[in-house]
Design a protein around this ligand. Structure first.
Ligand SMILES: C[S@@+](CC[C@H](N)C(=O)[O-])C[C@H]1O[C@@H](n2cnc3c(N)ncnc32)[C@H](O)[C@@H]1O
Length: 265
């Protein structure tokens, strides 16, 4: 099992989570190479369940990864998320860092975390702050982030959305928010996958998940997040979730209402 995608076990000596190890799957080629060149093609290959019916988005067992977009400047869908950010912002699995760099350029305090050293280096080159850390490691300003971002399929990190959403809830300040991107289809998948290029070169297997909006809202509900908005731009769906603050009275939109109603751009 791949360490980056799992909560890191506390080390016996310190009781603290161990830092991301070089063997973490997203640190391998071909992901690092794709980030360096800013281009794919790059895929997630589903290894199991191998007999699963092909869900939407898959080409056989391959799911295309949008490396070119990740390495470009923020597009209209990204901007719809950036507009909703309240600092300080933590981008969990920031990849090559377009969002951290854009927020920084706007004067919004932002930090990217990623297990990939190439992702961290690229984010820094763009002028953003980033550290090489798993989202399950000890992180700066835990419980004090105004916004946490979970973009581009990152709800899949760890292959356990409930565990991930729970962890993110502990990072956000009371009253703070999580802005998360959902899969563009109504899916709720758990899988073992690896990153692979067009020539079949690949990294290590790791657990992953894909959740459409409804599955994401259900997982959010199970972990104490309040859904306060949903919208889609260019076919990319997003949800806004709030961590209830002290003295919270439930004035927010209900889960049932949001589950069926896409909102403004
Ligand atoms: C689907 S890509 C998303 C890329 C990114 N959001 C972007 O804008 O380019 C997943 C990213 O999450 C990172 N990642 C995977 N597991 C992680 C973990 N446990 N903690 C932090 N980052 C992780 C990977 O290295 C990769 O950069």
């Amino acid at each position: 099992m791949a360490a980056a995608a799992q909560p890191h076990a506390p080390t016996p000596a310190t009781g603290r989570p161990a830092p991301a190890e070089p063997r973490d799957p997203w640190t391998d080629q071909p992901y690092a190479h794709a980030l360096r060149t800013g281009s794919g093609p790059l895929f997630l290959r589903r290894l199991s369940p191998s007999d699963a019916a092909q869900g939407p988005g898959w080409r056989g067992d391959l799911l295309p990864l949008d490396v070119e977009r990740w390495c470009a400047v923020p597009d209209a869908a990204d901007s719809s998320v950036l507009r909703r950010c309240t600092g300080p912002v933590l981008d969990a699995g920031c990849g090559p860092g377009r969002l951290v760099a854009a927020l920084t350029a706007q004067g919004v305090p932002a930090l990217g975390i990623d297990v990939s050293p190439t992702a961290v280096a690229r984010t820094r080159r763009l002028g953003g702050r980033a550290v090489r850390r798993s989202v399950f490691d000890r992180l700066p300003q835990e419980g004090r982030w105004g916004t946490v971002l979970l973009m581009d399929g990152n709800i899949g990190i760890g292959g356990d959305p409930i565990g991930l959403l729970d962890r993110l809830r502990s990072l956000v300040a009371p009253g703070g928010r999580l802005l998360a991107e959902a899969a563009p289809h109504d899916v709720d998948e758990r899988l073992t996958a690896r990153v692979e290029d067009a020539r079949g070169r690949h990294g290590r297997p790791f657990p992953w998940a894909r959740l459409g909006t409804n599955a994401l809202l259900r997982a959010a509900d199970a972990t104490g997040w309040l859904p306060t908005g949903r919208w889609a731009v260019d076919g990319r769906p997003f949800v806004a979730l709030h961590r209830p603050g002290p003295g919270h009275h439930d004035q927010h939109a209900t889960l049932a209402a949001l589950a069926e109603r896409p909102g403004r751009r």
